[in-house]
Design a protein around this ligand. Sequence first.
Ligand code: SF4
Length: 286
Amino acid sequence: MADPRKAVAENVDGAFFVDSTCINCDTCRQLAPTVFEDAGEYSSVCAQPKNDSEEREAFHALLACPTGSIGTRSQNKAKSYLSDFPLRIDDNIYYCGFNSEKSYGANSYFIEHKDGNWLIDSPKYLPYLAQKFKEMGGIKYIFLTHRDDIADADRYAHEFKAERIIHKDDADSQPDSERLIEGKDALQFAPDFKIIPVPGHTRGHMVLIYKDTFLFSGDHLHYDRSRKHLAAYRSVCWYSWPEQRASMARLAKHRFQWVLAGHGNRVHLNEDEMSKQMHELVEKMK
Ligand code: SF4
């Protein structure tokens, strides 16, 4: 629970506040951009919610915050917004919420699919969320983009008898994974699902493209909301920046309209604009 005595000085007066335990993961700024802002080393409340919709977004952020660093001094209505999760993004695609500190607050996603549902990276394990997944038909596959964002994948895998898919080069982080992907070649895993190894951020990083429309990009690629452009994080490229650039160039040959990132903003662009920005990014990464 957030502690009002530890509230950061940058918060504006009012109900919502961020305390000093914030790890600056960006989740709240993605979910409630009118309420939370980047204060340098952490987030702060830049404006209190002005209407019901902004209040709902602020409670979504409070629930999703990996460190419980967001609090409210007025009535805590978080419980009444719990049932919004997982949050529907589009079609049968959901953002799970409940980001885990184990993955530095990375986003995870859920695809409801007639041939079995997919979890992409893992949220915190919560009985509530597990029950929701059960009601939605369970989990058949857990796609792990890379070693950093596995969080509680093992608990979800055991509970749902799901198959974890991870690249061999990152598999020591989840050694009992059921499916290992090798090499750098794109793989049509199932009719709607394409797996593409993209070494760079880590040696075994992979992305998933669903229906040639939704790219689950892990930490390989995200949308920079201040520059309004696709971007990659060089400062947290743990394995090889030249490899990440080469991977980006290979990925630019594929079609998609959404980027759903582990860290950083998600974005929906038309296919031409997405392709243009991908090629511009590859140039910038030189
Ligand atoms: S979601 Fe929580 S930890 Fe992440 S930036 Fe916001 S307050 Fe900080």
